[in-house]
Design a protein around this ligand. Structure first.
Ligand SMILES: [Zn+2]
Length: 156
């Protein structure tokens, strides 16, 4: 009976530290302890695999630039193109929504601010607006580039 309690305690400990383990934030001793337990415990190992897969997905989503995903997906079959289109639509919509919300937040805070705080917030707001305009210009260039690419391919 006692080993079972010990095991479950260790499982709890592993569950808590698993995230730090994946991020290499643990001491060598802690990491070894968890690594050893993962080899022995199927449920913790499953949890570890799941968490690791999630991390990898997230990393890929963050690392893959729109260019690579877009180009790869658009060159594929119509199904993938449709999916890419939906993905881009959602992405652009979310970006615009976030930009609008941030702008609103800044405008609202500008209205209540005064003095130095006002200028700092104004500068920050301009910074964000500048970034947003840059984002739009990049988006526009990309859309134009895509169109001309298509025409080139049709001519070939
Ligand atoms: Zn376990």
């Amino acid at each position: 009976m006692k080993p079972q309690t010990n095991t479950s305690n260790l499982c709890d400990e592993v569950a808590v530290q698993l995230s730090a383990y994946l991020d290499d934030e643990l001491t060598q001793q802690q990491a070894q302890r968890i690594g050893l337990h993962l080899k022995q415990c199927a449920s913790c190992n499953a949890l570890y695999a799941e968490l690791k897969a999630q991390r990898t997905d997230l990393k890929h989503a963050l690392l893959e630039t729109p260019e690579t995903t877009e180009l790869l997906q658009l060159e594929q079959e119509p199904g993938a193109r449709g999916l890419a289109f939906i993905g881009w639509g959602l992405f652009i919509f979310a970006a615009l929504l976030l930009a609008a919300l941030f702008s609103w937040q800044f405008i609202a805070s500008l209205l209540t601010a005064s003095g130095l705080v006002f200028w700092i917030q104004l500068a920050t707001a301009l910074l964000y607006i500048g970034l947003f305009v840059l984002f739009l210009s990049v988006l526009r260039q990309r859309l134009i580039a895509r169109k001309t690419d298509k025409y080139k391919k049709v001519k070939l």
